[in-house]
Structure formats: C-alpha cells, structure tokens
Design a protein around this ligand. Structure first.
Ligand SMILES: NC(=O)c1ccc[n+]([C@@H]2O[C@H](COP(=O)([O-])OP(=O)(O)OC[C@H]3O[C@@H](n4cnc5c(N)ncnc54)[C@H](OP(=O)(O)O)[C@@H]3O)[C@@H](O)[C@H]2O)c1
Length: 300
C-alpha cells in the first residue's frame, strides 16, 4: 500500500498516461493517483490494463482509475481511442514506447516501428484529442538520453535505418521530443503547454514489487542491488516525469530528468536537450512530415 501522501493536491485533475500497464507509465499513474488525480491508463492490451488498474486500486486508497484501449502502433485504433475520450484531460503523458526493434519491424500502417509508435503514434493521438484537452492542458513526452545518439532527418523519418538499435531508438525519441517542443511553441499564449522529461536509467530489478507487473526473481534483485548507486528503479524514473506534469517550477518547453551522475538517477532537475531537438527549423519540417505520414492534420 502506498503511504498516504502529504498532499492530495491533484483531486479533480485527470491525467491520461500511455503505456501505463507497466514500468514507468504504471509508476507515473501510481504517483499521480496517490496525490488524488484521476488516472486514465492508455494501454494496448485490455487485460494488462485491467491488471494494472486492479493493482493500483489495491495499492492506493480511493484511487480513481479508468482505462482507455489504445495501440500507438495503429492509426485507426488511435483515432477510435481519441474519439472515445469524453472527459476533460488536464494532462497527457506520452510514455508508451518500443525500446528495441528490428529495422524491418513496422507498425500496422507500415511505419518504422519505433518512429511510428514512439513519435508518430503520440503525434496522431494528441492531434485527435483537441476536443478533450483542458484550456490549460499540459503534455509531457517521455524522452531519453538516447535522443543524443541520432540525427533527425525529417525526409527519411519512416524509412528503415541500419545500424545499432539504440541509434534507431534514439531517432524515434529525438523525433518525439522535437515535435513536443514544437507543440509548445505553437501553443504559446494559449494556456496549454508541452515539455519533455526522461527517467534516466530505470530498471525493473530495482523497482518495488507490484502484483501483476514485471516479475523479477530474488537473485536478480539481489544482484541488481549492487548497481543502485548508478541506476534506479522505475518508480524513481517516474519522478521527473510526474514533476514535469505537476510541479509549479516546471514550464512548457523545458526538459526534466534525474539530476544525478550522467542523469542516470537522482531527484528531478532541468537538463539539456540537444540543439537538434531544440531546432525550430527541423521541427517545422518534421511537423509537416508527421502530418503527411499519419494523415492527421494537427490544428493548434
Ligand atoms: N527504462 C529506462 O531506463 C528508460 C530510459 C529512457 C526512456 N525510457 C522511456 O520510458 C518509457 C517507458 O519505459 P519503460 O522502461 O517503463 O518500458 P516498459 O516497461 O517496456 O513499458 C513500456 C510500455 O509501453 C507500452 N507500449 C509499447 N508499445 C505500445 C503500443 N504500440 N501501444 C501502446 N502501448 C505500448 C507497453 O505496453 P505492453 O505491455 O502492451 O507491451 C508498456 O506498457 C518508454 O517510452 C521508454 O522509451 C525508458
């Protein structure tokens, strides 16, 4: 059971979290629910969503939890999921992510699996959620240190890339971050805001046990404990993301992550994003290509 938080300051606020049935997404939901927020678990598996919702309700007294079936790898499912949202969203956490894939792996719509899911899936979802977003809604995209390992070339965004999986993953996260900073620029003055946050290096064996979530054996946990000085659990990895959503000192256009060594672990702090994901020239081109590839016009 999550200890009663000092503050239940988020009562009346609703946050949609994609990929909330596991890892960092689940922990964002638990941290927000413990502060009184209603959390909407956006998951591609109804069964896994229900398991996470049950765990959350068992762990957080009075948790207000809903589920939204959404597969970020299917533009048709995204369209239907967004249309189903009939409540006001105060925030959306774009967390769902594919971290490793074969270059040949594609989404249902034939897009590169990591770019299509991590970046374009969230772009299409946000574009279709306009009717539900509160006038002061906040979007937080989950970026990664890996965004630095890749160059964004908007023209080849969904073409297969060879090379290490980490670099291809970095491309998808760089694209997501670039589009998020561009969303914030386009929203400026509207009351809405968008920013990025990353969880550092967050692993399941250092994460507290939760029923139905990643099972880690005792020996693996014991071995992983040796790395606690360098990396962290996914509960801690969720902290900079939740901070970006709710903290008074976090603002649109910022990038938050763990403030410790190499940004692998530690308390939330403002961190640096690459010049490339900060470039409005690249982002403008990327935005048009994202609209073209998803077939969704993102009116702001
Ligand atoms: N862990 C780290 O150190 C780290 C570092 C930097 C950034 N990140 C980012 O943080 C986010 C969460 O990572 P994690 O470590 O918590 O990963 P995780 O435990 O593997 O969880 C990933 C979540 O994304 C969901 N997902 C994947 N593809 C999806 C799709 N097509 N539609 C809907 N949901 C989908 C998964 O759902 P299923 O259960 O259905 O597969 C799962 O809920 C990711 O965006 C990742 O890139 C993580």
């Amino acid at each position: 059971m999550t200890p009663s938080p000092a503050r239940r300051d988020l009562v009346g606020r609703t946050v949609l979290i994609t990929g909330a049935n596991a890892g960092i997404g689940y922990w964002c939901a638990e941290l927000l629910a413990a502060r009184g927020a209603r959390v909407l678990l956006g998951c591609r598996s109804t069964h896994r969503a229900e398991v996470a919702a049950k765990t959350l309700r068992a762990g957080v007294l009075g948790a207000d939890v809903g589920t939204l079936p959404v597969d970020l790898g299917s533009l048709a499912v995204i369209r239907d999921a967004a249309a189903r949202v009939d409540e006001r969203l105060d925030a959306v956490i774009c967390n769902a992510g594919v971290k490793a894939a074969d270059p040949a792996d594609r989404t249902e719509d034939g897009l590169d699996l990591m770019v299509g899911t991590n970046a374009l899936g969230h772009f299409a979802l946000l574009a279709r959620l306009g009717h539900a977003l509160a006038p002061d809604a906040r979007v937080v995209a989950v970026g990664s240190l890996a965004h630095r390992f890749a160059r964004i070339d908007p023209a080849t965004l969904s073409q297969p890339w060879s090379g290490p999986s980490l670099r291809r993953y970095g491309r998808s996260k760089a694209a997501l971050m670039s589009l998020t900073f561009e969303l914030d620029r386009r929203w400026r003055g509207s009351g809405r805001s968008a920013l990025c946050a990353h969880p550092g290096y967050a692993v399941d064996p250092l994460t507290p046990y939760r029923d139905g979530l990643a099972a880690v054996s005792g020996p693996v946990r014991a071995a992983a404990a040796l790395s606690r000085g360098l990396v962290q659990g996914k509960d801690a990895g969720a902290e900079p993301i939740v901070h970006a959503v709710v903290a008074r000192d976090a603002a649109g256009g910022e990038y938050w992550g763990p403030g410790g060594l190499l940004e692998f672990r530690g308390a939330p702090a403002r961190v640096q994003a690459s010049a490339e994901v900060r470039s409005s020239a690249i982002a403008t081109e990327l935005w048009s290509i994202a609209e073209e590839l998803t077939g969704v016009r993102f009116a702001v």
